[in-house]
Write a protein of this length. Structure first.
Length: 581
């Protein structure tokens, strides 16, 4: 995209509807802005840039974003714009219960409405933790004014007793070792302060870095911005550069709709698969694509996963951490190695094409960033994303076979079925429980409607007695999600979910479950007549919530294969009357 749009006239900017008129409303807008101590010439005749900031003291991933907002402002002022910071829901993982996924659509709505209802010409979106990236972009795509994403960046490398430790990945790993009696409580406490050494998102390729890298490849960030560690001095410089560039984008009228099409989403899928990214991206990308009016399905993702192997040697699939990925050349080096899978002509927010941005991007460590000829996980051994269908998941389920135990990729075993995580967690550690490594553990009512919000419960626990026997993986099935930092033979996002009458609701303990990843199937070996009998007897549980946002969520959320967006938000937005906005 070497052709730059004709520079817009000041009178064409949205903000001028508020500030430029000589009527009483224009007077009030200028008056109230001066009330905040601004000189008239500091905001008049300038593009107004909204900085949507998800900073919160309950979100360690975003703990530095208050400072980054100041860096963005510096760039906006330098480029001749007027920056205004607007706080938004943080949706930081870990602290939010039952799941930030319940609030992804809330933040998407908030971002869209903040931009629509205020005199904003362009936006810099500050986020990075798992759901903040898709949420902010869903809102910005629907609003469709110039916008640039400024990712929070991964935290610094962790280390414990000479070993690299990755947030999330090693939390789960060492929790199992503690339950198995292989580490002490003192070791466990010591680990708390070793894994997470700085602000920033998980230092593994969890959902956070999966999503920020995908949107980087799609052209919505400054080139390579997703790889810069949160506390590196390059990060505030990048934030400042976002401030400069967004002012230029406003004058060029370069909007998400000018950047996003099916090809740009497919570029994002190349990054997704090469990274060995999180299964959560399968939900978010469908939702984002629908906001952009792009046809994208989980089958498109599976097709790309069959072409692009896991090539980044970073936890949970590999041996390194995100800081190592950055020093090895980061996302641009990875994309350069897989350029033959990319549409290099797609435009990006810096005004150049993707091909321009990755040309000459060097890789400085071929063990960290590998090519298709030397992948971390060959396609013959596993993929970033598999889509499974059958009488347990007619509309699809997903799994990361590259993170699964090969011996379980074709498996038949008896199910043990749980309706809620509380009962499951209590029951699985009963030493007298009749369960073996071949048992298939099933948790239902963990989906979008059932939980509600589709929490990350899908990496179901291994029974303590089996951990002590050395078992570290089993086949596990859920209509919920799994943290992108986790691993194992976990079948997730079963659709339709149990709470709306999906077949998972009809499965009973003792039924045989058959998994065949090569064939792409997941079935219960139950006679069809018996399935019909069970369906006739099934009754939905009453909604868990009768009021609040959660009640709205349960009433309007779509299923996992449809992106879990609200039925009244999915699809391209209708531009409101300029006389109103």
């Amino acid at each position: 995209m070497n052709e730059v749009k004709k520079r817009r006239d000041l009178s064409e900017l949205r903000s001028q509807r508020w500030f430029a008129s000589d009527d009483m409303r224009g007077f009030a807008h200028r008056q109230r802005t001066q009330q905040m101590g601004m000189r008239r010439d500091e905001f008049m005749g300038r593009p107004v840039i909204g900085i949507i900031n998800t900073w919160s003291e309950m979100s360690p991933c975003h703990a530095h974003l208050r400072d980054r907002a100041e860096a963005v402002k510096r760039g906006v002022w330098q480029a001749g714009g007027y920056p205004v910071e607007m706080p938004a829901l943080s949706v930081g993982e870990v602290m939010v219960k039952p799941t930030t996924m319940l609030y992804r659509n809330f933040l998407a709505m908030e971002c869209e409405e903040l931009l629509r209802s205020h005199p904003v010409d362009g936006a810099v979106l500050l986020g990075g933790c798992d759901k903040s990236t898709p949420a902010l972009l869903m809102g910005a795509i629907s609003m469709d004014i110039p916008a640039i994403y400024c990712p929070a960046g991964p935290m610094s490398n962790g280390q414990w007793r000479g070993m690299k430790t990755g947030a999330g990945t090693h939390t789960k790993k060492y929790w199992d070792e503690l339950r198995a009696g292989n580490i002490t409580q003192s070791d466990w406490i010591e680990l708390e302060s070793r894994m997470t050494r700085s602000a920033g998102t998980c230092n593994t390729i969890g959902t956070a870095s999966t999503m920020t890298s995908i949107v980087d490849a799609m052209g919505l960030t400054l080139p390579g911005a997703s790889s810069i560690p949160a506390t590196d001095s390059g990060h505030p410089r990048m934030a400042s550069a976002c401030g400069v560039r967004i002012v230029e984008m406003v004058w060029e009228d370069l909007k998400p709709s000018d950047i996003l099409d099916r090809a740009s989403f497919l570029n994002g899928l190349v990054a997704y698969m090469a990274l060995g990214g999180s299964t959560n991206a399968a939900v978010h990308l469908v939702a984002m694509a629908r906001r952009a009016g792009v046809d994208l399905s989980i089958d498109d993702m599976a097709a790309m996963a069959g072409k692009v192997p896991v090539a980044v040697n970073v936890f949970p699939s590999g041996e390194y951490l995100m800081e190592d990925f950055y020093f090895a050349g980061g996302l641009l080096a990875l994309l350069n190695k897989f350029s033959h899978h990319l549409d290099l002509t797609r435009p990006t927010v810096n005004g150049q094409t993707l091909g321009d941005n990755i040309a000459g991007a060097d890789c400085w460590n071929d063990d960290v960033i590998r090519g298709g000829d030397n992948p971390v996980v060959p396609l013959s051994r596993g993929k970033t994303l598999e889509v499974l269908r059958g009488n347990l998941a007619p509309n699809g389920a997903v799994m990361k076979s590259s993170a699964a135990s090969p011996k379980f990729l074709k498996h038949v075993g008896p199910a043990i079925v749980f309706d809620n995580p509380g009962v499951m967690n209590t029951t699985l550690d009963d030493p007298d429980l009749d369960i073996t490594e071949d048992t298939v553990i099933v948790l239902r009512n963990a989906g979008p409607v059932g939980a509600p919000g589709m929490p990350e419960w899908g990496n179901l626990p291994i029974p303590k007695k089996l951990l002590k026997q050395g078992v570290r993986d089993m086949v596990r099935i859920s209509d919920g999600r799994m943290s992108g930092t986790h691993y194992g033979t976990c079948i997730l996002h079963v659709s339709p979910e149990a709470a709306v009458g999906g077949p998972l609701a009809l499965l009973e303990t003792g039924d045989l479950v058959e998994l065949d990843v090569i064939a792409g199937t997941i079935n219960m070996r139950v006679d069809e007549a018996e399935i019909v009998r069970r369906r006739a007897a099934w009754r939905p549980a009453p909604p868990l919530y009768q009021r609040s946002f959660a009640a709205l969520y349960q009433q309007h959320v779509s299923q996992a294969d449809q992106g879990c967006d609200f039925d009244f938000l999915s699809g391209t937005a209708v531009v409101p009357d300029p006389a109103i906005y």
